[in-house]
Ligand binder design. Structure first.
Ligand code: PMP
Ligand code: GLN
Length: 381
């Protein structure tokens, strides 16, 4: 019945999490860790909450956190960022995306979305009155085809939305692909909205390269991060935007009318997080890589075709190698009911027709939980 409200469906994550609870299943669907982030950050949040003040913090975010975001840009990407005019704190990356799209995109503008896409992109674009133009990256390697991308750009293109590292495909865009996207943005004079919430989850010695670091892109990119991902605190909903002053200004105006601010104690705690020494980031990536490996090999041995996972905490599997005959939604339904393991069907990440035999497993869970899930799947298959 809510389908009349274009773009406002119940998310696949919410639906699968409800099913997981109903069937007492292990939830490898919705992406969230089952262990809370660093205790010291939680302590800072608790102490700051008690000390106060607990009133509206500055609209752009508390200075400590804006400075920390700017410092992080310098430390990891050698980007020089002015914390006062180029950084804004938001209530999660989701709010950052909403602020950006509502500020920069006008009804009738085209916005390029790469499929499979994180679900809020299409909803936000549609509610902003934009026309989505889809480009597919295709499994198993999720390659971006130059001709298809080139064709998607037009004189009406206002922005491309790039999620790198990419949920749910676990793809990390190559520097050649990024250069191509940059060139097309420059040629067509449009923005790149860069959802980089998984920037610190890139495996196998690769490094994250923000599109913003590419020549000609500093003034065109809106770079978005999230403490939820980087510090395993998804419930806090603290995100941040880095963008040139003339872009941040209208985005901040949208932010005034969407949330205006984000809880000050959480902001101060996240500032401490971003200022952590390099070893925090190295360990975080290392632990997740071990979990990726822990889950990937047994899934492959069970008969799934496990696709490469270059970043994020998701792994996508093709189940067409198994004897199951239904589509991915049916597969996930059966798996949650019969095996007691929840995953997410990849077709939910498409605005157009998508592939129907892929499912996404989230692996940022305790090893014992991953092992239990694997055991259940083994028994079921
Ligand atoms: N973008 C992507 C690609 C995500 O996977 C998620 C969430 N998990 C978000 C944005 C939303 O982040 P937040 O919870 O900070 O709003
Ligand atoms: N980003 C999380 C995921 O991809 C879900 C967040 C949500 O439920 N909206 O699973």
């Amino acid at each position: 019945t809510n389908s009349v409200f274009t773009g406002l469906e119940t998310t696949v994550f919410e639906r699968m999490s409800r099913l997981a609870i109903a069937h007492q299943a292990i939830n490898l669907g919705q992406g969230f860790p089952d262990v809370d982030g660093p205790q010291d950050l939680r302590q800072v949040a608790a102490d700051t909450l008690m000390e106060g003040p607990n009133q509206y913090p500055p609209m752009l975010g508390v200075p400590e956190l804006r400075q920390a975001v700017a410092d992080n840009n310098k430390r990891f990407y050698n980007l020089d960022v002015d914390w006062q005019t180029e950084v804004m704190v938001t209530s999660g990356a989701t709010e950052a995306l909403a602020d950006t799209i509502f500020a920069l995109v006008e009804p009738g503008d085209e916005i390029i979305l790469i499929e499979p896409l994180y679900d809020c992109y299409l909803s936000l674009a549609q509610r902003a009155g934009a026309t989505p133009v889809f480009v597919k990256v295709t499994p198993p390697n999720w390659e971006l085809r130059e001709e298809e991308l080139r064709k998607a750009f037009s004189s009406k293109t206002k922005a491309i939305l790039l999620n790198n590292p990419m949920n749910p495909s676990a793809k990390v865009f190559t520097t050649q692909e990024l250069r191509l996207i940059a060139d097309l943005c420059i040629e067509h004079d449009c923005y790149a909205i860069c959802d980089e919430v998984y920037e610190h989850i890139v495996f196998d010695g690769e490094k994250h390269h923000p599109l913003m670091t590419f020549q000609g892109m500093r003034e065109r990119c809106i770079r978005i991060g999230s403490a939820g991902k980087t510090f395993s605190l998804t419930g806090w909903k603290v995100g941040y935007i880095t963008a040139a002053p003339n872009l941040l200004e209208p985005i901040a105006k949208a932010h005034q009318f969407i949330t205006f601010t984000t809880p000050p104690n959480l902001q101060k705690a996240v500032a401490c997080g971003l200022n952590k020494a390099d070893d925090y980031y190295i360990n975080f990536e290392g632990e997740l890589k071990a979990k990726r490996d822990l889950i990937s090999k047994p899934l492959q041995e069970m008969g799934f075709n496990v696709l490469p996972c270059e970043g994020t905490y998701f792994v996508t599997c093709d189940f067409s190698t198994l004897s199951f005959t239904g589509d991915d939604v049916e597969f996930c339904q059966k798996m949650v009911e019969e095996a007691g393991v929840a995953a997410v069907p990849i077709s939910a990440f498409y605005g157009t027709q998508g592939p129907k035999t892929f499912v996404r497993f989230c692996f940022c869970k305790k090893n014992s939980v991953l092992e239990e899930a694997l055991g259940r799947l083994q028994k079921w298959l």
